[in-house]
Design a protein around this ligand. Sequence first.
Ligand code: BES
Ligand code: MN
Ligand code: ZN
Length: 486
Amino acid sequence: MRVSRLKKNAKLKNIAVLIPMREGDGDVLPENIELGNLNSILKDIRSRKDFTGKKGSLLRVPIYDNESVNNLYLIGLGKAENVNSNLVRDSLAWGLRTVGRQHNKKVLLLTGHLKYTGLNKIFGEISELSSYEFDKYKTKPEDYEPFSLEEIILLSSVESDIEHGKVYAKSQIYSRELANEPGCEINPVKLAEIAKKLADEKNLTCEIWDEKKLKSENMGGILAVGSGSENPPRLIHLIYKPRKARKKIIFVGKGITFDSGGLNIKPDNYMLTMKGDKTGACNVLGIMRGVSELKPDIEVHGILSCAENMPSGSAYKPDDIIRIRNGKTVEINNTDAEGRLVLADALSLASELKPDAIIDMATLTGACAVALGKWCAGLFVKDDELAEKILNASEISGERFWRMPHEDEHISESLKSNFADLTNSGQRYGGAIFAALFLSNFVDPKIKYAHMDIAGTDFYEKEYGIYSKGASAFGVRTCLEYIMNL
Ligand code: BES
Ligand code: MN
Ligand code: ZN
């Protein structure tokens, strides 16, 4: 959606006005623009207490005798002490979605009374995210009106920040579009084609390893997980390389295009939504897209480890012992703990490239979602400096991460196998920590490393804030923010 700045002496006609208000906010109308009788309407609303700014409240006032303003929308932010820029982002996105579904074409956003940092970037983000929906398979429209909004008008704006926010949002939408596609549409081979297309468009280097190459490169994890499917596995490696790079960062994504559990097959309602098990990989593609447009002086790699986890006569089996790229052997005691196996190969490969930091992203464990809920992702990182940088980025992006324990001698003990170097799953308790400890076996300990478990945050059943129904691309903005602040 277009974002523009109101020009001096511009005459407004038939627009909507959207004002986010905290409890107790008084004069919110700017003095220097002509909005007809809006001022007296607002006074009436306040004196009648029709709107008090309560969090989550929304008042729509249709106006019939005002040439410039047709609709006034007030959205409540709640008590001033609880409001921050992240709440403003979510509230405005929801406000815009509402305004957009009520036949409005242009909206004037009045936020001069809100002094929070980063609002311009947020305007850019919501101008794209508020209208996003995954509806390409619907032959009939939704039961609400289609989104009609075409333009957001601001009184003042910093264009570069708005553009910056738009790139974040578009990267996230790109990731959502892919993650939302079902398994019948996207498999590892298809994902590799999509990555190649992105690389061509954005001038990224792209290398794809097919099953033959995976074999000659000793990628035993990806091959084992992909062995049960008719759709062969792929490793995708994208590189953004500026002329003079200050640092080199590698993102690794779990790309299980469908997780049936394999021979340890998932029960029915656990298998539903497992098209989303490729979200980590889709997010890494989104990050690479974003980086190619933001052009930081940082070398950024994206490694996507892609396979379809299916049961069949050729599938890998419980009791199998496989060898990961770095030479370590793993005894399989659950084929549903597949993500860590494909990641193990990719992390070994990433370590060989000697980056300054490796960050992996994966819908890895149901245990993480149980521990933290669907609105906060798990962050596992030993290095305090890297943790702080990621958590700072997360504070700005509004995507919540919680730093989890990265050491536990009892859980470490349970990683041991009788016959191999490691086993791929342990007891139920501490499942997310077990998985994180497992992964750290495949990263060179000299390299700073963070693991993001985004199971749970990967998709939402209902719209909320900047999220639409379906894939969230949670983590994309945090990683882009991390890169841009390095
Ligand atoms: N993809 C799942 C994890 C998952 C669960 C993601 C729910 C999103 C929502 C992963 O491959 C898996 O199956 N994990 C198992 C691990 C277990 C077998 C050790 C799990 O979490 O139950
Ligand atoms: Mn699984
Ligand atoms: Zn999985």
